[in-house]
Design a binder for this molecule. Structure first.
Ligand code: PLP
Length: 412
């Protein structure tokens, strides 16, 4: 395979094999440039990106506002110290709290760190107000990140024994099963943490009555309700925050991915009664760093200015309709999701093949697992780009022989 590449790409791939620690099977391409909905590799091949780097580049690739904000801030102050406030930190905290209705914001660089902050806050609350309660209830099939504690919080069956021993204090219960959650609550419980749409777990949404019951139970027992909106937050689901679909507010919300538009950034938001950390309880060298704060501020302001939540709703509805149409002709089922966090099911083993086939033709979609394809384009996606995507997707499905026989189609 390497020989078919031009010298630069072949050399880069050889160097990658030699020098980059293996953690994932990656295709033999090297990405070089991005603009809007498109990526280009070192061979000059163009890709229409309907994954947006796993739901990250919310304004598309290398948007002007982000470039300008980073360049301007870099010329002024890249890093002061976590020991000091800085202007972008204060302004970004004000912006996020005002658009979310939370009182306080804390900043980190990744979703896992934002969730770690939420868990520390919950355990602090347990220590101060719940007689030392420390347990956190999370959901099976959930995903909360890859630090050791977040791997324990995550409900992936095949992570059960990975990097044992696990961080203790996490209990997993099935999604949308309030009785199971209620049975798991004890005087050791300090929080319930969940995603409103399980992103990595297959794009499964929680039900409104279930969420209402969780909110009530948390209120009755004084337990914190934590929403991990790392993937669903900042416009992705068609509202600025996914909890707005349900009219239920958590005590703590975490954000990452789309909030930095590609700049590593995450936030943990809470109400003033949970402003309970003492000096030294939580911190980090890069917390609230000016460059990240300026990037986040520019991205969030632009998402609000362009009302991209509404675009996510409109384009998401359009894509869902088109997927339903496709399902009349092709063997795809279970079209699901909210806004621009969408997925569909194919036969076991087909999802990675379909993603690879589309990539050959210049379309990036994401195989979440052997049978699930996830679609998460930038929130700026247009109808014309959606049409282009569906042409390529249908071509991929045809190539893989997913077209159903006439009789099956008629019966579908
Ligand atoms: N929480 C959710 C819901 C996620 O989808 C992810 C990443 O996919 C994370 C947490 C972890 O975020 P990060 O990879 O930035 O640590």
């Amino acid at each position: 395979m390497l020989n078919s590449k031009n010298k630069d790409t072949a050399a880069l791939l050889a160097a990658a094999k030699k020098s980059v620690l293996f953690t994932a099977n990656r295709p033999e391409v090297v990405m070089e440039r991005g603009d809007g909905m498109y990526l280009w590799d070192t061979e000059g091949k163009k890709y229409l990106d309907f994954s947006s780097g796993w739901a990250v580049t919310s304004l598309g690739h290398s948007p002007k506002v982000l470039q300008e904000a980073i360049a301007k801030q870099a010329g002024q102050l890249v890093h002061a110290s976590p020991a000091f406030f800085n202007k972008p930190m204060v302004e970004f905290a004000e912006l996020l709290t005002s658009v979310s209705g939370f009182d306080k914001a804390y900043f980190t660089s990744s979703g896992a760190e934002a969730n770690e902050t939420a868990i520390k806050l919950a355990r602090k609350h347990g220590a101060l107000n719940l007689n030392g309660a420390y347990e956190i209830i999370t959901l099976t099939n959930s995903f909360h990140g890859r630090t050791l504690a977040m791997m324990s919080a995550t409900g992936k069956a095949h992570w059960e024994s990975l990097y044992a021993p696990k961080v203790p204090g996490f209990k997993h219960v099935p999604i949308n099963d309030f009785d199971a959650c209620f049975a798991a609550i004890s005087d050791r419980t300090c929080a319930i943490m969940l995603e409103l749409v399980q992103g990595e777990g297959g794009v499964h949404s929680v039900d409104a009555p279930y969420l209402q019951a969780l909110r009530k139970a948390c209120d009755v027992y004084g337990i914190l309700l934590i929403f991990d909106e790392v993937q669903t937050g900042i416009g992705r689901t068609g509202k600025l925050f996914a909890h707005e679909h349900y009219g239920i507010k958590p005590d703590v919300m975490t954000l990452a991915k789309g909030i930095g538009g590609g700049f590593p950034l995450s936030a943990t938001l809470t109400m003033k009664q949970y402003d309970i950390f003492e000096p030294g309880d939580q911190g980090g060298t890069y917390t609230g760093g000016p460059l990240a704060m300026a990037a986040g501020q520019a991205v969030v302001e632009e998402i609000i200015r362009l009302d991209l939540s509404t675009n996510a709703k409109l384009m998401g509805d359009l894509m869902s309709e088109k997927l339903v149409e496709l399902s009349h002709e092709y063997a795809i089922t279970d079209i699901r999701g909210k806004g621009l966090l969408l997925a569909f099911t194919v036969a076991e083993g087909i999802a990675p093949q379909l993603a690879a086939c589309c990539m050959e033709d210049g379309l990036i979609i994401n195989a979440l697992n052997a049978s699930t394809v996830r679609i998460t384009p930038a929130l700026t996606v247009t109808e014309a780009e959606t049409d282009d995507m569906f042409k390529l997707l249908e071509r991929g499905m045809s190539k893989l022989g997913l077209k159903m026989a006439q009789k099956e189609t008629a019966n579908a």
